[in-house]
Design a protein around this ligand. Structure first.
Ligand SMILES: CC(C)(COP(=O)(O)OP(=O)(O)OC[C@H]1O[C@@H](n2cnc3c(N)ncnc32)[C@H](O)[C@@H]1OP(=O)(O)O)[C@@H](O)C(=O)NCCC(=O)NCCS
Length: 114
């Protein structure tokens, strides 16, 4: 069975969010794409700060990665803060990289490297 790469965030037995990594292949074998979400009623309690720190460290060491990257919608400062607190560094802006609800959105690329 393949090893788990995505995990639920559980509060009182209920899954309220998720955090995980998509592992790269071929020339991207040392990179992972990092992502997460949390149900809105649980925002602002530093839950994702803790989860992102724990899972990013685990993913880098357990899977022997050299790089974890996380693109963030430019209007999402809370998510950028979560990444910065986990040691990720802002690398640049992926201009017009997403089309969502008819709007083109920039993403800010963050990465954590070893
Ligand atoms: C982004 C998200 C993961 C944050 O989770 P969370 O558990 O509420 O975050 P935390 O409480 O751990 O930390 C949020 C940090 O951002 C800060 N923050 C919150 N709103 C902010 C804002 N508008 N501007 C700047 N900073 C903000 C908080 O103060 C906190 O930083 P601090 O610990 O230095 O005070 C959550 O809102 C979410 O799941 N959103 C929807 C999905 C999503 O955006 N996923 C990420 C895609 S890249």
């Amino acid at each position: 069975m393949p090893e788990p790469t995505h995990w639920a965030i559980e509060i009182n037995g209920v899954a309220v969010g998720g955090v995980g990594v998509d592992l790269g292949e071929g020339i991207f074998a040392k990179s992972g794409q990092f992502g997460y979400w949390l149900g809105e009623q649980h925002w602002g309690r530093r839950i994702m700060s803790e989860a992102a720190r724990a899972v990013s460290e685990y993913a880098l060491s357990h899977f022997g990665l050299a790089r974890l990257e996380a693109p963030v919608f430019a209007w999402n400062p809370a998510s950028m803060r979560v990444l910065e607190k986990a040691g990720f560094v802002r690398e640049g802006v992926l201009r017009n990289s997403v089309l969502k609800d008819g709007q083109l959105i920039d993403q800010v690329l963050y990465a954590l490297v070893r």
